[in-house]
Ligand binder design. Sequence first.
Ligand code: ATP
Ligand code: MG
Length: 422
Amino acid sequence: MSKVKIQAIRGMNDVLPSQTPHWQYLEQHIRQLMAAYAYQEIRFPVLEQTQLFKRSIGDATDIVEKEMYTFEDRNGDSLSLRPEGTASCVRAAEQHGLLYNQIQKLWYMGPMYRHERPQKGRYRQFHQFGIEAFGMSASTIEAEVILLSAALWQKLGLGQYLSLEINNLGTSANRSAYGEALRSYLLKFKDKLDEDSQRRLDANVLRVLDSKSADTQLILEKAPILEDFIDAESQAEFEQLLSILSAAGIKYKRNSRLVRGLDYYNGMVFEWTTEELGAQATVCAGGRYDGLVKQLGGGDTPAVGFAMGMERVLLMLEELGKIPAAVGQNVDIFMAIIGGENQPKGLFLAEEIRSALPALRVLTHCGAGKYNSQLKRAFASGATCVLVLEDEEIKLKMLDADGQADVLDSQGIISKLKTIFK
Ligand code: ATP
Ligand code: MG
């Protein structure tokens, strides 16, 4: 048998105990935010029929073309690990009748899978927090979706490091008329375009606008502009959204090249980007997708949503030092137990403390160990104080520099702890 140790799959990260508190910190903020806006959580499987993603995200998108983890299961069905949440959310909501003539404000959080080249801020298993709001066509829901993302940045102390870019894709008719015009313009320069863009000319011409190639970007400088193809009504709605954002004090930059990689968007699209993370600059992206529910077999249902890359938010929090020092501190009391015969007594005392003071976090030393080595562990745990149980005596020692010890009987301990941890 091979002795080589098995390693995790490339691009799929373990989250170790030193880091889980950071995740919990972000997750708690997200849960509080969603409660404050009265959105409801939805959970759906990580595996779906491959067809779901092909039909929604689009055959000619990066995700479906080259990033999905797709395989046949034992029945020969083609399944894919979810590369994003919107398609699954629509599938689940539609399947369970949540969308017919109803308004829904939903959110989800969890792992997504894309076979990309792993690098900082880009992984093969990564996590998204996303929201999807169904049944509302007004600009106010678009504004709310953006306002709530801005509120999260404020709460996390990231407000000044993120900027909002926004664009209007118009109706799907506007979008396809523009696509035609862009295609005929680009066909004249076909040989000079990068390889990906040449392929996208037929399949997904708007994506050419996203090209990273300098030559292609140069050609795009004189290309038709999306704005010129947008009808008056759609433009007026977009202006209304912008005026709400301005009134709310949200700064934005209009970017007529912003089209987003997924096929299902129409109307407004937006991205929050940062200069703190190098090439992986987009932290949160979303927009309106009024056609998707119908495309997946439901009725006409206006919809708006976004997805946020949680690893990228965490990288920002960590690199900018925005995680409060108390996060990760998870022990209040260390229970040192000297002498084997005292072990059960120590455990029971810890139980007693936990039921009298349920908010306190009590870490017990289990097993043998000299006083000094247990004290060392107590310091390393970050506890505020240590209780030392030795023979009939219980000493309480504060773990600050002077560490003075009080000798207590078991009756006195609870009231003493109450005064320490007010
Ligand atoms: P990018 O241009 O960075 O590839 P995308 O357009 O593919 O992003 P979306 O599908 O819009 O991304 O996903 C929403 C967010 O999820 C992104 O803005 C990003 O923060 C995050 N994200 C996407 N792919 C990854 C990944 N492979 N690893 C980590 N985060 C990711
Ligand atoms: Mg991508």
